[in-house]
Design a protein around this ligand. Structure first.
Ligand code: GRG
Length: 298
């Protein structure tokens, strides 16, 4: 069985292939208007973890599918993720100046260009899927396109973002918080796995098991992110930040406390492992990714 050290190498190798694919899928840097393509590429190549496409490719691999052929499909997940971050940082949303330690897109290119770069990345993902030359049957590609649209739009990420905004400045209840996380972050992560599964021709039972895996790691990832936020804030302020929270936003640590949140992360990760075990898939990488996501410290 591959070790965790191997996982780092695996992720680096997958990321390198994803970079090359993204670069090839966005060749328009020489086209007009250049500033739009510069702005799209600025955020797309700004050092993200590439978690979503890595999940897609690891799922394809677990099912014995063609990882090379899946690269363009996996890359569309990163385009949509990048669009969501550009828009999320805009003054009308989170109004952030920095992302991954660099000036946000609108700080470099201005609000209007950042808005359009996000729109263009979202649309480009569907252009890539709709024009892809592939051996995968057309009905399956249509299902993949539908999955991605559902996860990104008003039945997924956009709904989660909207609910999050509606609850700004107040603590959401458990049900609302679960809705926000399942949609804002969970939907695209789940789609990353499901799309890999569909591309590789998963049986319905395998698809169900992989969906459960993805939902559990999606929520664990988000709770871990909230925990890291609280811990980071505590370190910054040099004191313990309690349930009153340094943030006026809804999070698991604020609602449940740090200890219970950590316990939830453990439980969800266990459930993710069990879902894979029950499905009889040789999914070493997916197991490792589940552990990596919740052991990360940034
Ligand atoms: C604007 C429609 C619209 C949606 C925005 C995903 C999202 C919704 C906002 C991102 C804001 C945020 C901090 C969400 C929490 C989930 C999260 C940790 C996202 C960052 O994902 P990573 O860690 O990012 O995969 P990298 O930088 O590695 O690409």
């Amino acid at each position: 069985m591959a070790s965790t050290t191997d996982l780092q190498t695996y992720i680096e190798e997958m990321c390198a292939r994803i970079e090359v694919t993204l670069d090839a899928l966005l060749p328009m840097k020489t086209q007009n208007p250049g500033v739009l393509y510069d702005s799209m590429r600025y955020s797309l190549f700004a050092g993200g973890k590439r978690l979503r496409p890595v999940l897609t490719l690891a799922t394809v691999e677990a099912l014995g599918g063609d990882v090379d052929a899946a690269l363009p499909v996996a890359s569309t997940l990163e385009m949509i993720h990048t669009y969501s971050l550009i828009h999320d940082d805009l003054p009308c949303m989170d109004d952030d100046d920095l992302r991954r330690g660099m000036p946000t897109n609108h700080k470099v290119y201005g609000e209007a260009t950042a808005l359009l770069a996000g729109d263009a990345l979202l649309t480009h993902a569907f252009q890539v899927l709709g024009t892809l030359q592939t051996d995968v049957a057309a009905p399956t590609m249509l299902r993949i396109i539908g999955e991605l649209a559902k996860a990104a739009g008003a039945m997924g990420m956009v709904a989660g973002q909207m609910a999050d905004m509606e609850n700004e400045g107040k603590q959401a209840n458990a049900e609302t918080l679960a809705f926000i996380h399942a949609n804002k972050t969970g939907a695209l992560l789940t789609a990353s796995v499901r799309i890999g599964a569909l591309f590789a021709g998963a049986q319905e039972a395998q698809l169900q098991a992989l969906t459960t895996y993805a939902q559990r790691i999606g929520l664990a990832f988000q709770i871990q992110d909230d925990i890291l936020d609280v811990v980071g804030e505590t370190e910054k302020l040099g004191k313990v930040v309690g349930a009153d929270a340094a943030h006026a936003k809804s999070t698991y640590p604020v609602l449940y406390g740090l200890d219970e949140s950590r316990e939830m992360v453990r439980r969800l990760t266990d459930e993710a492992h069990h879902a894979l075990q029950a499905s009889d898939l040789a999914a070493v990488r997916l197991h490792q990714i589940a552990d990596w996501l919740v052991s990360r410290d940034k």
